[in-house]
Design a protein around this ligand. Structure first.
Ligand SMILES: Nc1nc2c(ncn2[C@@H]2O[C@H](COP(=O)(O)OP(=O)(O)OP(=O)(O)O)[C@@H](O)[C@H]2O)c(=O)[nH]1
Ligand SMILES: [Mg+2]
Length: 448
């Protein structure tokens, strides 16, 4: 049961480091400091202490901090040891803690789980915390911090509170259903409130999936005929040599993925095998994988060799947007690099990966494309499929309630309102979330 054992974990990455932090949470956190590193420092003040194992061996001389619950991250008493980051020092302290009665190593995410279970964080804030730990770009960091601060959680609680009031009105109507005017009057009061909430939900849902995109990152797939320079382009985008480049057509056989930070936005770029009639089974599999990646892409960069006979840009390859990139302009005397055409969303660029001509234009175009798509408009509050799923369900239930007949069947209207409140409750983790918790907390590393 959470809250019983005092848990401990190394909260910094394992291995050598300047400082390593071991955290403790639970009823005996301060006892551990008294036993291993006396005297107990004042809460929230760092004390420099000699840390000794229970049998008296010196482990380190380091800073120690204590925090008194309930005003702590998990709501319990907590302590921190800021050790010298050596494997032997860390191992020595973890071993010493393991020898004390009532202590055990923390499981992944257990600190966050205790914070959730003690009401310190709602589920959306826990997700924000997980996203913050994972954040690779500034847009992801900003979004995670907003969610950790409760932007989505507060919105849901506000809707839930107002729904509860509307539900009370509808239920009052049910109680007075013998008196002809009362249900009519309460419905006239409740209906606009319900409609307002449903409209606000619809507004949040119409966010173009920007929150999910910022969190997960968009995908650019580099595709086209063999030998066009796809892998060369990917290496430039990645700023390192990730893919093998050669003048042999069919060099790339598997899809190769790299994470890019495109002016603060997370993007996954995928290099793919050149598309042609495959010569062997391995190449055939590469082509199949390339086509699968194209189908899932947010944007396809269709790379062709300007000097080769034009390979047709594929039509109707999934929902993705396709830009044509004509590479190797250095081979055409007098040719100008840059953006050379824009027709109905289909943009065309001329570049030379070899000389670098036109690359800035292409990269700027990519950056502003993703900026516009993911940063325009109101800041999204939905960051996961889970939120969207429940919110769609809540809005649908409210629309049903509004379309229902509160006079003839007020109980059904009330049921719809409860259904909507339930969906909101699941978003913040108030109800029906046991199965979900294991999934969410497993995302965390040990020590968080
Ligand atoms: N002249 C010139 N050669 C280039 C340019 N970009 C790439 N190349 C050359 O074109 C050849 C093919 O490049 P890759 O990047 O391997 O091409 P690819 O499209 O990944 O090829 P596959 O993996 O076989 O499909 C290599 O010899 C590159 O050095 C360019 O801008 N100009
Ligand atoms: Mg290649």
């Amino acid at each position: 049961m959470p809250g019983e054992a005092t848990i401990y974990a190394l909260s910094t990455p394992p291995g050598k480091s300047g400082v390593a932090v071991v955290r403790l949470a639970g009823p005996l956190a301060r006892r551990a400091v008294e036993r291993l590193a006396p005297p107990l420092p004042e809460p929230r003040y760092a004390g420099l202490r000699t840390i000794k194992s229970p049998d008296g061996e010196v482990i380190d001389r380091a800073l120690v901090l204590c925090f008194a619950g309930p005003a702590t991250e998990t709501g319990e008493d907590m302590a921190e040891f800021h050790l010298h980051g050596s494997r032997a020092v860390v191992a020595g302290l973890l071993e010493a803690l393991g020898e004390l009665e009532g202590f055990r190593p923390a499981e992944p995410g257990e600190f966050a789980r205790r914070a959730f279970e003690n009401g310190k964080l709602d589920l959306t804030a826990v997700e924000g915390l997980a996203d913050l730990v994972e954040a690779e770009t500034s847009a992801q960091r900003r979004q995670a911090l907003r969610q950790l601060a409760g932007t989505l959680g507060k919105r849901c609680e506000d809707w839930r509170g107002r729904l509860t009031e509307a539900l009370a009105l509808v239920e009052a109507g049910i109680d007075f259903s013998d008196e002809a005017d009362v249900p009519d009057a309460v419905w006239r009061d409740a209906a606009p409130r319900i409609a307002a909430i449903a409209d606000e939900m619809a507004g949040q849902l119409a966010d173009g999936y920007r929150g999910e995109r910022i969190r997960e990152g968009a995908t650019i797939v580099v595709a086209g005929p063999p030998n066009a320079g796809k892998s060369s382009l990917l290496n430039i985008l990645a700023k390192r040599d990730v893919a093998i480049v050669s003048d042999i057509p069919g060099t790339t056989r598997d899809s190769i993925e790299v994470r890019l930070d495109l002016a603060g936005l997370a993007v996954t770029a995928v290099d793919t095998a050149g598309l042609r009639e495959a010569r062997d089974v391995i190449e055939a599999e590469g082509v199949r994988r390339a086509e699968a990646r194209i189908a899932e892409a947010d944007l396809v960069l269709w790379v062709v060799d300007v000097t080769a006979s034009a390979a047709a840009v594929p039509e109707g390859q999934g929902p993705a947007e396709i830009w044509e990139v004509r590479n190797k302009v250095d081979l055409v005397p007098g040719a100008v690099a840059g953006e050379v055409g824009k027709a109905g969303g289909r943009r065309t660029f001329r570049i030379s990966v070899r000389t670098g001509d036109g690359l800035d234009t292409l990269i700027d175009a990519l950056t502003s494309h993703f900026r516009e798509r993911y940063e325009a408009g109101e800041t999204p509050v939905i960051t996961r499929h889970r939120h969207r799923h429940e919110l769609v369900r809540a809005e649908a239930a409210l629309r049903r309630a509004l379309a229902g007949d509160p006079m003839a069947a007020p109980e059904i209207v009330a049921e719809d309102l409860r259904d909507a409140a339930g969906a909101l409750g699941r978003i913040v983790g108030r109800i029906d979330v046991e199965d979900l918790l294991d999934v969410i907390f497993r995302e965390f590393c040990i020590g968080k």
